[in-house]
Design a protein around this ligand. Structure first.
Ligand SMILES: [Zn+2]
Ligand SMILES: [Zn+2]
Length: 390
């Protein structure tokens, strides 16, 4: 069977599994699990892949909810990445239920191409994208060492083959002051909340003088106990993002100086800790992105290579993309004004358009795998582009 016929068969495989994939997606959506606690989702996904002939390793890289499913052997080894963590309070407002099920759908449909042309198809379960950067640990612990190409598709408000992601790192900050009666003896207190508020003011000033693409944002997680007590403790959580690693380092230092200045001014003691995982910026492999774009377009979607309307966040696939050629396209499941991390997006993730997005993402990934295993020269071109960009 040639590549074009295999693509038609792969599409048929996914259509035949529409109900199964949709049920799996709805079940994950109805049971939202936070980062690194995705026990149910990881088990259901791995079970589905096992039933469909994949060999499974669960709890890889020291992460209980990470897994690796593989089918076939030898090169090229193409990995489809699944995410399945939810957000606090909002549930699956980033649509990771669709990412997970499109990944398993694509993996199962790609088996036909592996049987015909050889190579290995992997579905790698990558937990904790939203809060901890599970892929950062997995990259560091060797999960991608034998992988040639990685891809995943994220639901969004538009279709695009390439996305931009910023480097980022999060930061926990605490100020320690001294409690006192806020009215009777304010002069005896050291106000940890004021130190936090001054830090916000300093960061707001700093924001005028950084590059447009950089981002600094945060929340206060402890602002005191009662209005009549001088707050002895305050805490906050911040995220700093920049287009490249060098600029991220530069802004990180400036942000810390804002906190140090506030500590000096208030007399409160500062403690801070950068998160262990640092997200790298995304390196899009455009050879791969163009291939994927053609396949997604063949399903009747209009797809940009880069859509300038996309808001820029960060993702731990950035770290994967620094090691192996990768893409992270977006598939539309809602109008552009419906943004991820909103209740409206959580609703879109179980809508009819959500199911269509799941199926089209799975089909386009499976078709791209067909292209890659059927045409070794494309794999060579993908790798050459990756090497040139280093
Ligand atoms: Zn998200
Ligand atoms: Zn997401």
């Amino acid at each position: 069977m040639d590549a074009e016929k295999l693509k038609v068969s792969a599409i048929g495989e996914i259509d035949a599994r529409r109900q199964q994939l949709n049920e799996l997606s709805l079940k994950i959506h109805a049971n939202p699990e936070l980062a690194f606690q995705e026990v149910k989702a990881a088990t259901w996904l791995a079970e589905y892949l096992k039933e469909n002939g994949f060999s499974i390793e669960q709890g890889i890289c020291g992460l209980a909810t990470a897994f690796r499913a593989s089918y076939g052997k030898g090169k090229p080894a193409i990995a489809i990445l699944a995410e399945y963590d939810a957000l606090p309070k909002l549930g699956h407002a980033c649509g990771h239920n669709l990412i997970a099920t499109s990944a398993v759908g694509a993996g199962v449909a790609a088996k036909l191409a592996i049987d015909r042309f050889g190579g290995t198809i992997l579905v790698i379960g990558t937990p904790g994208e939203e809060m901890y950067g599970g892929k950062v640990f997995m990259v560091n612990r060797g999960a991608f060492d034998d992988v040639d190409i990685a891809m995943m598709v994220h639901p969004a408000g538009l279709n695009t083959a390439a996305t931009k992601f910023l480097a980022c790192q999060s930061l926990e900050v605490e100020f320690f002051g001294k409690a006192a009666h806020a009215a009777a003896r304010p002069e005896a207190g050291i106000n940890a909340l004021e130190a936090m508020l001054q830090s916000f003011a300093a960061i707001n000033s700093l924001r005028q003088h950084i590059r447009d693409s950089a981002r600094i944002h945060g929340i206060i997680t402890d602002g005191g106990e009662a209005a009549n007590i001088v707050p002895a403790h305050s805490a906050g959580h911040f995220i700093v993002r920049a287009e490249d690693d060098g600029y991220l380092d530069e802004i990180k230092e400036k942000v810390i100086n804002c906190f140090i200045g506030a500590a000096t001014a208030s007399g409160a003691r500062l403690e801070y800790k950068w998160a262990e995982a640092r997200y790298a910026p995304l390196r899009n492999n455009l050879t791969l992105a163009r291939l994927f774009r053609r396949n997604l377009q063949s399903l009747g979607r209009r797809v940009h290579l880069f859509d300038p309307r996309i808001g820029i966040g960060s993702s731990d696939i950035g770290n994967v993309s620094q090691l192996v050629p990768s893409i992270h396209p977006l598939v539309a499941i809602a109008p552009p004004e419906v943004v991820t991390h909103s209740p409206q997006f959580a609703a879109a993730a179980i809508s009819e358009a959500g199911t269509r997005g799941l199926l089209d993402a799975a089909k386009a990934m499976a078709m791209t795998v067909v292209d890659l295993v059927a045409n070794p020269e494309i794999v060579t071109r993908v790798k050459e582009e990756f090497r040139r960009g280093k």
